[in-house]
Design a protein around this ligand. Structure first.
Ligand SMILES: Nc1ncnc2c1ncn2[C@@H]1O[C@H](COP(=O)(O)OP(=O)(O)OP(=O)(O)O)[C@@H](O)[C@H]1O
Ligand SMILES: [Mg+2]
Length: 364
């Protein structure tokens, strides 16, 4: 069983605290994605697990063993970086087997491990080529193959796809997910891209400024964000936030005059006069006749469209509520001119309320 745990793990670079005492338990075979904006401490955390960075305080265990003082090669992990360097003068086969040659494995064992990795990653046809004769995606697969041959307990990935173009990135995302389904190892994967996090993760760990902000399945983070940072980081487009104030116990007055009822989940948890941010996703604000028919409480709004982004099956409509730019979605789209005023419905049951001062979600 290969669980990985972090207990109160801290990292100082000189006086700068890059990681602030994080706690995390990763299950055997779990695919966990660390995601967050640049500089939030993702790579530092991964590198402490790998043994490439000293742990300033706290404890890391792999498979039940404290590894704080173990060198990387004794942790039975394999790491794939953004800038994976393949050996240019070696063939794919030689690149795949090289770490086992270094480890003085016997020839038959190397051949077997290399063939297995090639099979899993679909590299069979490419074994005699040199890296210069491969596409970006093929090179990336060789880099992953090099990690696989060592049969590690844990794979660590640090932005392995960020050097690829958008299309290849999407393809490789699927390859990595298939690899996990076949091999079933524990994977800890770092990215700043929330789409990668959403599509790959069993559980997402969202970090900000060296802290963990929220841990959960992709849908938990999407549907129940702890605060406005999570709400706007996870999901595309980001959740709309409109400033407002609670009036009485049942109503939120959005600045600019519009009133909406307090969503059921927040009822009884807010107080008269409290300043809030009222949140909802583009999917929950749709023009009449171009929406999904859902049960539940709705509010009717007339809004002027300022800009459109046609995506094919849907069009994102930009509009404004109470001075805040807001995005809506139109299903089965028809062409819309900027300046056109449309009737929209807001699905109130799907709305969120956040305290304006603390940014924390108000939810029962
Ligand atoms: N070797 C180092 N020496 C000093 N400070 C460092 C070092 N490495 C990282 N840092 C700092 O630690 C913080 C976390 O860096 P880290 O590389 O973990 O961020 P990240 O989340 O991986 O960001 P990115 O998405 O840009 O890769 C940043 O403020 C960074 O400047
Ligand atoms: Mg990084």
């Amino acid at each position: 069983m290969t669980e990985v745990t972090l207990s109160n793990v801290v990292k100082y670079y000189g006086k700068h605290r890059a990681v602030h005492g994080i706690n995390l338990a990763i299950n055997d075979g779990e695919f966990v994605v660390l995601v967050g904006p640049s500089g939030c401490g993702k790579s530092t955390t991964l590198r402490m697990i790998a043994g490439l960075e000293d742990i300033s305080d706290g404890e890391v265990t792999i498979a039940g063993r404290v590894v704080n003082d173990l060198p990387p090669r004794e942790r039975n992990i394999s790491m794939v970086f953004q800038n994976y360097a393949l050996y240019p003068h070696m063939t794919v086969r030689e690149n795949l087997g090289f770490s086992l040659v270094i480890a003085k494995a016997d020839e038959a064992a190397i051949a077997k491990a290399v063939d297995e990795a090639a099979e899993i990653l679909g590299l069979n046809e490419l074994m005699d080529r040199k890296p210069a004769e491969l596409s970006g995606g093929q090179r990336q697969r060789v880099a992953m193959g090099r990690a696989i041959v060592r049969h590690p307990d844990v794979f660590l990935f640090d932005e392995p796809l960020s050097n690829l173009d958008a299309k290849l990135r999407t393809q490789m995302r699927v390859e990595i997910k298939k690899l996990h389904q076949r091999v079933g190892n524990t994977i800890i994967y770092v990215t700043h891209d929330q789409v990668e996090a959403m599509t790959l993760a069993d559980r997402i760990v969202l970090m900000q400024d060296g802290h963990i902000v929220q841990v959960g399945t992709p849908l938990e983070l999407f549907n129940k964000p702890n605060n406005t940072f999570v709400a706007t980081f996870i999901g595309s487009p980001p959740m709309n936030l409109v400033d407002g104030k609670v009036v009485g116990a049942e109503t939120i007055e959005l600045y600019g005059g519009l009133s909406v009822p307090v969503p059921a989940a927040a009822r009884g948890l807010i107080s008269d006069g409290q300043h809030v941010k009222f949140g909802f996703r583009a999917d929950n604000l749709m023009p009449v006749g171009h929406s999904v028919q859902e049960e539940g409480e709705k509010a009717d709004l007339e809004l002027k469209v300022t800009l459109t982004e046609p995506l094919g099956t849907e069009t994102v409509l930009f509009t404004e509520i109470a001075g805040n730019e807001v995005q809506a979605k139109m299903l089965n789209p028809r062409p819309v001119r900027p300046g056109e005023v449309l009737k929209f419905q807001l699905m109130l049951d799907k709305c969120h309320v956040f305290d304006a001062a603390s940014a924390e979600a108000i939810r029962g």
